[in-house]
Write a protein that binds this ligand. Sequence first.
Ligand SMILES: C[S@@+](CC[C@H](N)C(=O)[O-])C[C@H]1O[C@@H](n2cnc3c(N)ncnc32)[C@H](O)[C@@H]1O
Ligand code: SF4
Length: 371
Amino acid sequence: MPGLYIHIPFCKQKCHYCDFFSVKYDVALVDKYINALVTHISQFKNKKICSIYIGGGTPSVLSLEQIQKLLQALKENFNLSEIREFTFELNPESASKDKLHLLKQFKVNRLSIGLQSVEDSSLNFLGRVHNFRTFCDVYDTARKTGFDNINIDLIYGLPNQTVKDWEKVLSRALAFSCKHLSLYPLSIEEGTPFYKTGIVADDNIQRDMYDRTVEILTKNGYIHYEISNWAKQDRESFHNSNYWRNFEYIGIGAGASGYLKRNRYKNIENVEGYIESCLLLQNTVTDVCGNLLETEKEYINDELYESEKIMLGLRLLNGGVDINCFDNQKHKTVLLECLKDKTLEKYNDRIKLAKESVFVFNQIVLKFMFS
Ligand SMILES: C[S@@+](CC[C@H](N)C(=O)[O-])C[C@H]1O[C@@H](n2cnc3c(N)ncnc32)[C@H](O)[C@@H]1O
Ligand code: SF4
């Protein structure tokens, strides 16, 4: 059974660090987009899925009516009888009590809230729309609405932030006792305002912050189960873990990726283009539409499959990768090198990333990709 990812590429405004695909929210355009999503969703009549993740962009920027239309379409088309996890991403400024009630009504059972920092000055620097008070109110409302499984996103390693500053941010975030934390070192992405103004991130300080994070969160009962993700016992994200296990998922929405029957695809990363392709789909010009909708497609042959399984699986710090996955000679050679330099470790028949190697993960991946 695959998972389902739906991309909502709209935000109130663009944050200064972000290069994810999203455009400014416009009610008329979004109405058309929701109609396009409904058409796309209707292609999967009775398809059984095990998880749903509605992400962005900013899914909570949608109006109550738009969210209702989308969730209703999911309910009427997919077979949701075996859904284990249903996540909806929220940004504090656009999450209202009514929206939270609606999500609850449609059986959303996990929220992911983009907090990013607890300091208003940092939020302002990052170009966020919300302040810390707004987040606290939303968190409180979500809990009162009956949401218990909540993730908080934070970014660390901002310019001039010291390890002590980050520890304070973490301890204020820990006060919420949320079930899951996604913590990302600030990365300066090409084309973003941060990149253009020459802001730089200090790798060494980010590394120190990461080391302290591991200590603090472990003491507070969180399990570090993926490079950037910590969870309380049994609260690891099921949907995201399935990506890392290289399982199948359907991608719906502009710019969304999917992976089905060894085919990786990406839908057209353009809102108007996506809407047009779905209109063709509605008029059942399926062949033409398939080509227009999925602009990038790749068949994953055995060699690539093995590389991807290794690259993705190593992100799961406790699970790792089955040693039998290192089947081809090139991968075996790289594995031996990595075991020798202790960047990877062997536990029974599993190969895992050494805790100290998390910050050199990308270099390890490159070795497997280009061996
Ligand atoms: C695609 S964003 C969507 C979440 C939601 N729209 C929000 O802004 O809260 C997912 C997360 O990636 C992280 N992120 C995005 N760009 C980043 C960057 N350049 N450096 C570090 N973390 C980043 C943020 O923590 C963000 O919450
Ligand atoms: S970080 Fe989130 S809210 Fe900010 S621009 Fe990116 S997707 Fe939109």
